[in-house]
Design a protein around this ligand. Structure first.
Ligand code: FSX
Length: 401
């Protein structure tokens, strides 16, 4: 389906997407997708009716939105985040909505260039707007490693943040500095909230984040008129309230002690757990297994690759080497080897957590050697009905590191 997207100069979003040729049915499908993403988060969020609007409520609120001004900066990054949004699969309603929203200023998709582009940014900065930032901010050597139109990334960010009513840091680079901040961090790269201290920054994490999660965060702001509830890392709880491990389809194999030991072994072919080849799913908060990628056609663990922890603080350094388990990384404790997981799991199984039909002989053997270890507690799990632990704060993460 090809849509005819024209600049949004007047009217509501509903009127403009209708003008672009989006049918009510497709728009409702898009809103149902958003409703599903809003319900991904923690069980508490999922149960709170006020936090889980229906597709009809989203369609009504989103449809009535009058053109918001959006400034979308791209600083020190690889453009993967924008690709994630715009190329998530075919021509989608997301694309239409985002094209309509981001028409004010975005270096990648805007037609203007040079001084005309700078003037557009200046005009937008002088008005109330939503600011979206991709990419990290280099601070070393007066920020010379990323300059646009003669201004450093830091200056550009500060100028755009001044009149912003909402600031979204999108992508691991904008959130934590990511790959550019990896040792020895030659450019002194930092995330947006290291620079902007006087306003809250919503962190849409991931390298890149899932396109639908970026859209959903923007849609949340537009439909609720406020920022979503966030975790200790500033990530929207509706999307980042669960660990990959909590919804991983390979989880039964983890529980059964069935691990891929090398990428071409029989376990790999059977789709067993990737923990032993470095999967960081147990300590990574992200909706990847639920929302997935490219119109739900796949995701890294589904394709046989371990999670590399890209939504977490200090990704990259804290999660490398990617293909090894990291007993010293926060979230990884007594379960430093899969053998210990097997042993420790018995306590969890005895407590009635995650019992599944295919309990293996290996696991039964581990049952007999039960220890008091509680590895799943080290990953953040608790007995049924117990309060889910708060996500790690910066202080606890640092003290564990
Ligand atoms: Fe970073 Fe985004 Fe990774 Fe790339 O804009 S989060 S390197 S996918 O593009 O910033």
């Amino acid at each position: 389906m090809t849509y005819n997207v024209e600049p949004w100069t007047q009217g509501t979003l509903a009127e403009n997407i209708a003008k672009a040729g989006v049918s009510r049915r497709d728009f409702m499908k898009f809103c149902s997708g958003l409703a599903a993403i809003f319900a991904v988060g923690t069980p508490a969020m999922a149960n709170a009716a006020s936090l889980k609007p229906s597709a009809e409520q989203i369609a009504k609120a989103l449809g009535e939105v009058k053109k918001p001004l959006v400034v979308w900066l791209q600083l020190q990054e690889c453009t993967g985040c924008m690709e994630s949004v715009l190329r998530s699969g075919g021509t989608t309603v997301e694309e239409v909505v985002l094209n309509l929203l981001s028409v004010n200023y975005n270096e990648l998709v805007m037609a203007a260039a040079g001084e005309a582009a700078e003037k557009t940014l200046e005009d937008a900065n002088n008005q109330d707007h939503i600011l979206v930032v991709n990419g990290s901010v280099p601070l070393k050597d007066d920020g010379i490693y990323c300059t646009i139109g003669g201004k450093s990334a830091k200056q550009i960010l500060e100028d755009s943040a001044k009149n912003a009513s909402m600031i979204l840091a999108v992508g691991a680079c904008a959130v934590f500095g990511s790959v550019q901040a990896a040792k020895p961090n030659p450019t002194g790269a930092v995330g947006v909230d290291e620079i902007i201290k006087d306003k809250p920054v919503i962190n849409v994490s991931g390298c890149p984040p899932i396109g639908e999660v970026i859209t959903a965060t923007l849609a949340y702001i537009l439909t609720h008129g406020k920022a979503p509830e966030v975790d200790a890392e500033g990530r929207p709880l509706f999307a980042y309230g669960q660990r990959i491990h909590d919804s991983c389809p390979r989880r039964p194999h983890y529980d059964a002690g069935q691990y891929v030991r090398t990428f071409d072994d029989a376990g790999a072919r059977e789709g067993w757990c990737l923990y032993d080849v470095g999967c960081k799913g147990p300590s990574t908060f992200s909706p990847c297994p639920i929302v997935q990628w490219n119109l739900k056609s796949g995701w890294p663990i589904g394709a046989g690759h371990p999670c590399i922890g890209c939504t977490e603080r200090d990704f990259y350094d804290r999660f490398t080497p990617f293909y090894q388990t990291l007993p010293s990384a926060p979230g990884f404790g007594v379960e430093s080897t899969t053998e210990k997981i097997g042993l420790g799991l018995t306590g969890v199984v005895a407590a009635g957590v995650a019992v599944h039909a295919g309990i293996t002989a290996a696991q039964k053997a581990a049952d007999r050697r039960a220890t008091k270890n509680s590895p799943m507690a080290a990953f953040g799990d608790t007995a049924p009905g117990a309060k889910k632990p708060e996500p790690a704060t910066e202080t606890t993460e640092k003290s564990e590191a």
